[in-house]
Design a binder for this molecule. Structure first.
Ligand code: UT7
Length: 334
């Protein structure tokens, strides 16, 4: 029998309705549409509004979308892995809350935190449960409500982030389709450049931490940019080389959407023209764990069985990595 691969067999997605445009940011802080567009490629991002709404609410919509497309009952799902940097609460895991709200009564679940690389870390993890034969239906969802940890007085950081969620279903495939390879990396020394200073066990929340705005994203943008632009391109090139792929063999690059300039550098390094690159940063900004599955969700109808797809991401930690997928179905139907 052929080796079991984990194939993505459905994709779901959700973005909140509210659009935070560059024009609105111009009114909130000292910035311009021109600066944001030329430096990042972003025009607007979606923001989840509403009292008591968290990451799980967006993830539930993405999961329901996926289940409805394939007409799968929620109780068929055996495991849900949630990649998030903005969990509903410190504990329990957001995966538990999603399973409850989406009616996944037979699933167990847990969260993965690898900042912007979380989705590819979680996808690689979910793949193991399929490849070993342990499970037949696993959902991997990436979600972030970045607006909940954004300081809208910090013009260098807040302009890039938005809210959103995407989800994929993994099922076994014995015909050579699915997740073929992954390269994942971490370097904890990078943590100083991108993190949330307070609210963890080292520095629990106090009045001072709140007053000092230490519960927001802290990013040294230029330093992160330098590491991101090199490492995301390096890792995408590495996975191509390992799998004997040239730019001509690759159908699509699915890059993390942090900055259009980082995406372009990665595509150039891979020898890909822009038509082969999924880019929605202009409309959604950086949704952290949501970026990659939201791209797959938007481009799903154009994907063909056998397409060679490369996922690549870079994020806080530092974390980065790449996944090679041989796509398993045509268009919107598995
Ligand atoms: O997804 C997780 C990983 N994160 C990333 O990959 C993000 C990587 N970093 C970046 O994408 C970029 O560094 C940013 C978009 C965050 C910032 O762009 P930059 O080109 O690195 O700008 P900068 O922070 O070096 O600032 C350049 C200038 C500064 O002015 P001076 O000191 O040269 O006078 C900033 O004060 O631009 C100024 N600036 C702004 N001006 C207008 C910074 N932010 C803004 C703004 N509007 N929003």
């Amino acid at each position: 029998m052929q080796r079991i691969h984990a194939a993505i067999t459905a994709v779901g997605g959700y973005v909140p309705e509210y659009r935070l445009t560059n024009a609105e940011l111009e009114k909130m802080m000292d910035t311009t549409d021109e600066w944001i567009t030329t430096r990042t490629g972003i025009k607007e991002r979606r923001i989840l509004k509403g009292e008591g709404k968290g990451s799980s609410d967006m993830a539930v919509e993405a999961v329901k979308d996926l289940l409805a497309k394939r007409n799968i009952s929620p109780d068929e799902i055996e495991l849900l892995i949630c990649a998030t940097t903005t969990p509903d609460m410190q504990f329990p895991a957001t995966a538990n809350i999603i399973c409850d709200k989406a009616g996944l009564t037979n699933a167990w679940g847990y969260d993965v935190n690898a900042a912007c690389s979380g989705f590819i870390f979680a996808l690689t993890t979910g793949t193991q449960f399929i490849e070993t034969g342990k499970h037949k239906k696993v959902i991997v969802v990436g979600v972030d409500k970045m607006s909940s940890i954004m300081n809208y007085e910090d013009r260098a950081t807040s302009i890039i982030f938005g809210d959103g969620s995407g989800a994929v279903l993994l099922e076994p495939d014995t015909h050579g389709f699915g997740i073929i390879d992954s390269v994942l990396k971490t370097d904890g020394k990078g943590r100083v450049y991108l993190h949330q200073k307070a609210g963890g066990s080292v520095k629990p929340a106090t009045i001072e931490t709140v007053m000092n705005k230490e519960h927001y994203v802290y990013q040294e943008g230029q330093s992160v940019f330098k590491f991101a632009v090199k490492n995301m391109a390096d890792v995408a090139a590495e996975i191509m080389e390992r799998n004997n792929l040239t730019g001509d063999d690759v159908s699509w690059l699915v890059p993390h959407q942090a900055n259009k300039r980082i995406i372009t550098a990665t595509a150039d390094r891979m020898g890909l023209s822009e038509e082969k690159v999924m880019i929605n940063i202009e409309r959604f900004g950086n949704t952290t764990n949501g970026t990659l599955p939201l791209c797959l969700w938007e481009w799903e109808s154009l994907l063909k069985k056998g397409d060679n797809i490369i996922l690549a991401a870079f994020g806080g930690g530092f974390t980065w990595g790449s996944i090679y997928i041989r796509w398993a179905y045509d268009g919107n139907k598995a």
